[in-house]
Design a protein around this ligand. Structure first.
Ligand code: HEM
Length: 312
């Protein structure tokens, strides 16, 4: 106590202020009591703020709009949030109903994200080389903790994505959502379907097992018969196609399914196609928004909302 007093300019003393310093001590006590009052008042202020946290600056800087149920606040809540503003402020409830969309587009996207995640983890254990590729798969299956789960999540996810994208396309067809103004998005969708199939196909070779090897042998043999670009295809000879310069050769990086084919499949599968597919998905979602949201049935109107004919 005595040292604190010294700091404030008053001489530091050893005993209690009242006992050692007479009148001067009284002044100090009054000052201390005053100080106490101020601290108590501030504490009361802060306590008030705690009881109404929505009045604090901290609260207002995180939640910038009112959270009541009025249409204005709800729209503002969406528009002023960095993540939510990607969505429209208002949507037609009937258009997003599961029994209309089957949720297939959204679920396809969700599975795609899962595939990117598990695929990235698989890349930590896999080398795209003829010598070790299959050994890496055995190592993953039998020694890596949760390796089997990881590999199967990726493999089954890939099958699921193909099924889902087809169901999604089927739903779009059934609901006639390919018609104007959504015809452009249908075309983007077709490209996404092709990219999904290409992802599956290129991934098939990567384990370098018999199944993948022969699947890719058969698949790339079909490329030989491509019109103009394949050496076995119609008009291929016009462009001078041979087994050593045609489209199949380009796909395999050689004339047989071997080390170069494995490396090419790896780069297409892990880098090029995911980048192209992700870009098209962004365009696809942007188009859904620009074409007036999901097509959907007309919103149900209450009788009270229907306006009668205008009286002239
Ligand atoms: C990777 C593949 C795909 C993803 C992630 C995807 C995602 C989506 C999502 C989330 C929607 C919003 C409505 C809904 O969920 O049903 C949608 C709508 C749409 N998609 Fe896809 N889609 C894909 C492939 C396709 C394919 C293959 C087609 C057709 C060839 C297609 C055509 C359309 C069309 C026309 C719409 C608008 C439908 C409407 O407004 O009702 N999409 N897509």
């Amino acid at each position: 106590m005595a040292e604190t007093d010294g700091k404030n300019g008053a001489p530091a003393s050893t005993g209690t202020p009242a006992a050692s310093n007479g009148g001067n001590g009284k002044g100090k006590i009054t000052a201390l009591l005053e100080g106490g009052k101020i601290v108590r008042a501030r504490a009361a202020e802060e306590l008030k703020a705690l009881k109404q946290p929505e009045k604090t600056d901290l609260w207002k800087s995180v939640l910038r709009v009112k959270h009541d149920e009025t249409p204005r606040s709800r729209a503002l809540g969406v528009l002023s949030n960095v993540f939510l503003h990607l969505h429209p402020a208002k949507i037609n409830r009937d258009a997003v109903a599961y029994n209309y969309t089957w949720g297939m587009g959204g679920m396809t996207f969700y599975v795609y994200i899962t595939l990117v995640f598990t695929g990235t983890l698989l890349m930590f254990y896999y080398h795209p080389s003829k010598v070790v590729a299959f050994r890496d798969i055995l190592y993953l299956e039998h020694d890596v903790p949760f390796g089997k789960l990881l590999r199967n999540m990726h493999r089954w996810g890939a099958h699921l994505m193909v099924i889902m994208v087809e169901l999604h396309m089927f739903r779009v067809f059934l609901t006639g959502s390919y018609k104007p103004p959504r015809q452009f998005n249908w075309v983007v969708g077709v490209l996404l379907l092709v990219l999904t199939l290409l992802l599956s196909f290129t991934g098939y070779l990567l384990p370098d097992d018999q199944l993948g090897f022969w699947a890719v042998t058969v698949g790339t043999n079909m490329a030989r018969a491509t019109p103009l670009l394949g050496h076995d295809g119609p008009f291929g000879h016009i462009l001078g196609m041979t087994p050593f310069n045609d489209v199949r050769f380009g796909l395999l990086g050689g004339s047989i399914v071997d080390a170069n084919a494995l490396l090419r499949a790896y780069i297409w599968h892990c880098v090029a196609i995911p980048i192209i597919a992700s870009t098209f998905m962004v365009v696809h979602f942007w188009r859904v928004r620009k074409d007036g949201g999901i097509s959907g049935p007309a919103p149900v109107m209450l009788e009270s909302e229907i306006k009668g004919p205008r009286k002239i």
